[in-house]
Every structure is written in structure tokens, then in C-alpha cells.
Design a protein around this ligand. Sequence first.
Ligand code: NAP
Ligand code: MG
Length: 469
Amino acid sequence: MKNLTTLKNMRDVINPATGEVVGAVPAGNEEDVRAAVDLASGAFGQWSLLPPGERGKILFKGAYFVREKLGDLAALLTSEQGKPLGEAKNEIMGFANVLEYYSSISGTIHGDAFPKTGYGYSFTTKTPLGVCGAIIPWNMPALIMAWKIGPALTAGNTMVLKPATTTPLTNLALADILVKAGLPEGVLNIVTGSGEVVGEEIVRHPEIKKISFTGAVETGKHIAALASGELKRVTLELGGSDPMIVCKDADIEKAVAGALNGRFYNCGQTCTAVKRLYLSSAISDEFIKLLTHRVSALKIGNGFQKGVNIGPLHSSAGRDEISGLVRDALLNYDCTLLSGGKIPDGNEYKNGFFYEPTVLTDVPDDCPLVNREVFGPVLPVMVFDTLNEAIEMANRTEYGLGASVWTKDLTTAASACEALDAGIVWVNQHLKIPPDLPFGGEKASGVGRENGYRALDRYLKEKTILVAL
Ligand code: NAP
Ligand code: MG
């Protein structure tokens, strides 16, 4: 795979646990995007004419090669993103899983045939769109890359992808492996550089037929507005503020483990993290006691260290934001701190962007900890008396990505599933996003869905053909 960007301006990639430079990539510009689009256009003809099953085989082999390099890729991801090595391994395996899934359904792409009528014979064809653009964030760079390239390439499109400025290395390494597995040059083109320069040129370029974006709500709105000039297809996977509702009959042990993993995985920087915890007043005291005990046992540190559960935040700006939100909650909203609430002491933390896993209660509705998306290891806990009250609070947000309800009662679960305004609702679990199920948000959390077999349709155009004989 060619790295298309000019080698003049390089930008360092930093390890968020140590502040050390772990690599450097070119800061690309508009010209680099245009060159990448030309390559992608050139590769489109041949790639789109391959039988879909042949494309699937290449992706499958790519996934196999990725699994073979699991250790190296996970280490690269930890070094630039900060997450614990075990989580990085999970994410790289997630990348392979997504490619294998799309490979497994590659042969299913087809149009429809209709009964002969007075119009004659009629049928539809489905063909790829052409060159597609993808713009991805830093929190799960490998997995989100797979969510874009899996369906786009399987459907026969070629792609220009922009990684986040701070996590380009894993994306570049994965793209190289796919080329080694047989992906023809020009099918997948990575252009490193900033959102304002490289990202906007991808959105504006007239040859790019579809934009698939994952990132913040404000960026998504800006991209949708820019893309409307060319009436491009747009998929937006944006932020979330997922509620987790624990009913009085829930399995408390399981729910505590779910809240812990749901909030603190990836140092709280997951779109579908548990960002608000609602506990039934019948079990709240017991739950909070167990939860704070478990939270204080979490091990903070460099993701390469054995036993570490919480790595650093990804950036110093991210950490400043989190510590500011906690300070504001304690000073101006009278919240009660149950655990954490500060930068950890100790020499090993001084060069990284660490923050203690934090739990607060007595958090009022208007506190930014509940009415904004909080992208870090901070969990606000609220108490409710009735399920209706919990659902009303859970839905009182501009977001609608995920939500979970924890109960042993089927009727309670069913009514919560219906009433929660979210793109995905879990019962007795949170966070799981399998490649074969549709994923995406309602309200400010996005437009469209990724994953599942229907994601292929979002990278295909349908033509209706009527034949009179
Ligand atoms: P972000 O600032 O929107 O950045 C995401 C990507 O967009 C980066 O590659 C960024 O480039 C690029 N970008 C920034 N401004 C742009 C512009 N004007 N035009 C084109 N591209 C532009 O998001 P973030 O803060 O890094 O990521 C965290 C957000 O992503 C959270 O809100 C999180 O919930 C959301 N997220 C959603 C999902 C989901 O599937 N729903 C999954 C994961 C994350 P730079 O390199 O310059 O930053
Ligand atoms: Mg940003």
C-alpha cells in the first residue's frame, strides 16, 4: 500500500501513557486526497467487476493475516491509543471478526426479480457506488475502520480513509496487511492528516459518492452540511450518553460487573459506554457499596503493564475536560464523590494523561455529568422509585445510541425495550456490538446504521429495469 502523503510535514504520534513519541506520519493536504481519489477511481473498475465472493476471499485472508500479527498490532494500538493490551487485542480481533463476517456474506449480494406483469419483466440490479470516503476517530480506530471497509469493499467500492490524527499507525499497519493478503493497490487508500484539511477535502471531493463518518456530534453536523452540497450519501455514527437501568430484581453481582465494564472499558472513551447509571432505590445502597469497592480495586497504569484495567485518557485535553467536569459537579452541583475524582499520585503517572476511575452520586439533572456526553472514566449514579420514572430520566437526553435494562422479569424488560429511545437496547448486558447486528443511533447519535447484512445496501445503488417484450 502506498502512503500517498508528501513526506515534507511529519506529525508525531504520542504514547498517552508516557508522552513518548512512538511514530510520525505525514500531515496530508488536499492534494494528497485528490491523488488518493484518483488511485481509488483507477482501481474501481477491476475491483467492482470481481465476483463478490472473490472480494470476500481477499478480506478473509486479510483477517487471517491480522490474527497472525495480533500481538504486534495490539502493541501498536496500545502505544498510540493508550488502552490496556488485553483490550487492544480484543479490538484487533474485532477488526478480523468484522472482515470475516462480511467475507462470509459476500456471495449474497443480489437484486430482486418480480413477477411478469403488464409492464413486462422487471428486476433490480445492485452495483457499487464508486469511491467512498471514511473518517474515523481515535477511540476504537481498528474496529471502526473495519465497520467502514468491511461492507464498502465487499460491495465492490474503493475507499479513501482518514484516520484520527492521533491514532494513524494501527490503521496504516492494517491497510498494509490487507495489501499483503491480495487487496489490489488503490482499493483502500489511507490519507493521514487533520480533519479540517484532509477530512473536509474527502467530504467535498465530487468523485467521492458516500461519506461514512464516526466521531463527535458537532463534526457530524458540519460534515452533513458540507456533503449536502453534492447530495452525497452520508452515514453518521456520533456520540452517546447511554443509560443503564438496574431494576430491583436484577442480578446485582452481574449488574455491578456490567456497570464496571460498561463505564470503564477503554478508560470510559467508548461511544456506547454506560454514561448514566440509574438504580432502583430498593437495591441502590447495596449496589453502590459493591460498585465503589470494585472501582477502587481497579488498577490504573500503562496499558503494557500486567493487570492494568485503566489506561490513560487519550489526550491531555480529554483529561482536562474530565477533571473540569468533576470539579464543577462537586463545586456547583453538590454531588457526592464516592470514589476517585483526581489525577492519581505517583511518579509512574506523571508523564501520562491518567485520571482515577470516578463514581459520584446525588447528581442533579442539570449537571453536565448527566446532560452531556462524558468521554472518560466518570460514572454518575442516580436513584429511581418506578420504572417509568427511570425511563423518563433515561430518555431525557439529546442522544439515542444505546441503553440497557437489568432485570429478571420479562415484562419489565419488554416494556423498557419498547420505551427506551435508542438504536440498541441490551437486556442484562451492555456494550456488546456484534458485526452481524445493525448498529447506530437515534436523535443526535446519528443517521443510518452500520454492521449487519443490510450495511452492504448502504454501499450499493439499486436500479430498476423494466423489459417489455
Ligand atoms: P471528532 O473530533 O469528531 O473526530 C473524528 C474524526 O473526524 C477525526 O478523524 C477528525 O480528525 C475528523 N474531523 C474533525 N473535524 C473534521 C472536519 N471539519 N471535517 C472532516 N473531518 C473532521 O471526534 P473525536 O472527539 O475524536 O471522537 C470522539 C467522538 O466519537 C465521541 O463523541 C464518540 O461518542 C464518538 N464515537 C461514536 C461512535 C459510534 O459508532 N456512534 C463510535 C466511536 C466514537 P482529527 O484527526 O483532526 O481529529
Ligand atoms: Mg475532536
